[in-house]
Design a protein around this ligand. Structure first.
Ligand code: HEM
Length: 482
């Protein structure tokens, strides 16, 4: 090195971090007066995408300890303001300055290749039908269809897994529930025979790629997922066409609304509903069953309740009977509390100021505001010993159990189905589906986890999408009850 070499290297070493930080601030932005603290992350443009994607709960918890209940994080080119105070949820949901439609439109475009979905005249009528046909009296025929499908498929699936001459079957529980719920739910909603093995494989490929599609990875990385989605379009279009098998009332209404649309549009819209109907219900059913099997006291309480139910003894699995299973209801809510990774997102339509119980703050046009229920779900003040599964945590004889923080009632302590305008219209059917699966399984079979030890962890890569699937499967032994 010559006499000038060393100072040049030192200057370069000093300049490089400064240049890097400059680039980070130039790309990931500055905090303006009145805005929440800004966390830029470590990488220009990507911001904090990596630690957020790895374990959002831990990451946001760490930021909360440092910055309080409100902060903005730069993630993948986007400013996301996290409002973590559970008491602030109603004010956020009511804020006129925030809107859900552009968030939904972006998801539908990225995942289902349906750009500008809101420009289709049919879209509002479809949303209305989802709200009307998935609750109250309309739920009875749908629940009965689901029961009939499960009733027929369950023994078929168990028999197929039972080796000749053996008294019991062994299965991977998640795979077993996935196959069963996908086939039964698809046929219940769309019509007998729609759930072919090819449809199921295509859906699985698509669903696996779903988080990456939303993260805008290049198409070649999610080739299989795209192929799966494209495969689904034609059979889903046919499910609303003139040749469709007898569908649920909800689907018949959808077919009527979309009769004038072209098959490509009908197919893609139906794929989006197929995804919404299964992607969360399947893992939610898995966790409900897996927790019961891992916790003998929970299983005993639920079994006792099922055996005491007059409705079930008379073979009645209507909503009225299912609603009376309060221990089972509590156990399902508890597993939803632990496994939900959903985010409720809204977008600021313009520069604005919002008022929350904790104070006022400014947002910029296109800032996203996120409610992260999974942090409330693990708040030890609201849910003591939050990591523990307690099957009776939500148990009440009637109505819905209340929870408190600092002496005040928490308005929405459990939010696996979202809230406000984007709240899941399928929530009542989803809970009925899970209850049907659990009651049928437990009344016909003894189930036992093959290995001791804790249940698998959650697949956190699906943060924001709903119920986490397990990171790996668990073996279960299934024996017919005598
Ligand atoms: C345990 C099961 C389920 C969970 C946890 C769940 C959760 C959710 C959540 C959190 C949203 C809102 C998404 C957002 O805010 O962007 C949503 C939307 C939706 N869900 Fe569910 N869901 C479940 C089952 C179902 C079922 C069984 C159906 C239909 C039969 C369904 C149909 C829908 C539809 C159509 C939407 C879109 C609503 C809209 O954008 O207006 N869901 N779901």
């Amino acid at each position: 090195m010559n006499e000038h070499g060393l100072p040049v290297v030192i200057a370069a070493c000093l300049a490089a971090p400064a240049a890097y930080l400059g680039a980070l601030a130039a790309i990931n932005g500055w905090r303006r007066p009145g805005e929440p603290p800004l966390i830029r992350g470590a990488v220009p443009y990507l911001g904090a995408a990596l630690p957020f994607g790895r374990d959002a709960m831990r990451f946001l918890d760490g930021l909360r300890a440092e910055h309080g209940e409100l902060f903005t994080v730069f993630i993948g080119g986007r400013r996301m303001t996290f409002a973590l105070d559970p008491m602030a949820v109603p004010a956020l949901l009511k804020a006129k300055q925030l809107s859900f439609a552009p968030v939904a439109d972006e998801v539908v475009d990225l995942a289902f290749a349906l750009p500008k979905v809101r420009e289709y005249a049919a879209i509002h009528a479809l949303e209305r039908a989802s709200k009307d046909f998935l609750k109250g009296a309309a739920l009875s025929p749908l629940t009965a269809r689901m029961e009939a499908q499960l009733d027929a498929l369950l023994p078929e699936y168990v028999d197929a897994l039972t080796p000749a001459g053996q008294g019991h079957a062994e299965a991977d529980l998640y795979r077993f529930i996935w196959d069963l719920m996908f086939a039964a739910g698809t046929d219940a909603l769309y019509g007998q025979g729609v759930a072919t093995p090819a449809l199921s494989k295509a859906f699985d490929d698509f669903d696996q790629a779903f988080p990456l599609m939303l993260a805008r990875v290049p198409d070649f990385i999610v080739r299989e997922g795209i192929a799966g989605r494209e495969f689904l379009v034609a059979p889903m279009a046919a499910s609303t066409g003139p040749e469709a098998p007898a569908q649920s009332e909800w689907m018949a209404k959808r077919a009527e609304i979309m009769a004038a649309e072209d098959p490509e549009f009908r197919g893609r819209i139906q794929v989006s509903v197929l995804w919404a109907a299964h992607a969360n219900t399947i893992p939610a059913t898995f966790w409900a069953v897996a927790h019961l099997l891992r916790h003998p006291e929970a299983l005993a309480a639920v079994r006792a309740e099922l055996e005491a139910s007059e409705g079930l003894r008379a073979g009645d699995r209507s909503t009225a009977t299912l609603d009376q299973l309060r221990h089972l209801d509590s156990a399902i809510r508890e597993s939803l509390r632990l496994s939900s990774g959903s985010l409720t997102l809204r977008l600021a339509a313009e520069d604005c100021e919002l008022e929350l119980p904790t104070g006022r703050f400014r947002l910029r046009k296109d800032d996203q505001v996120a409610i992260a229920p999974f942090l409330t779900h693990r708040d030890p003040e609201i849910f003591p010993d939050p990591e523990a599964y307690q099957h009776d945590r939500f148990y009440v004889e009637k109505g819905v159990k209340q929870f408190f923080k600092a002496g005040k009632r928490v308005p929405m302590p459990l939010m696996p189905f979202g809230a406000g305008v984007s709240m899941c219209p399928g929530r009542f059917f989803a809970v009925n589906e899970i209850k049907l699966c659990v009651t049928l399984l437990l009344s016909r079979y003894d189930l036992e986890l093959v290995d001791d030890g804790p249940l698998p962890s959650y697949d956190l890569s699906r943060v924001g999408l709903g119920i986490y699937p397990p990171s790996q499967d668990v073996r279960v032994r299934i024996t017919a009850r005598s």
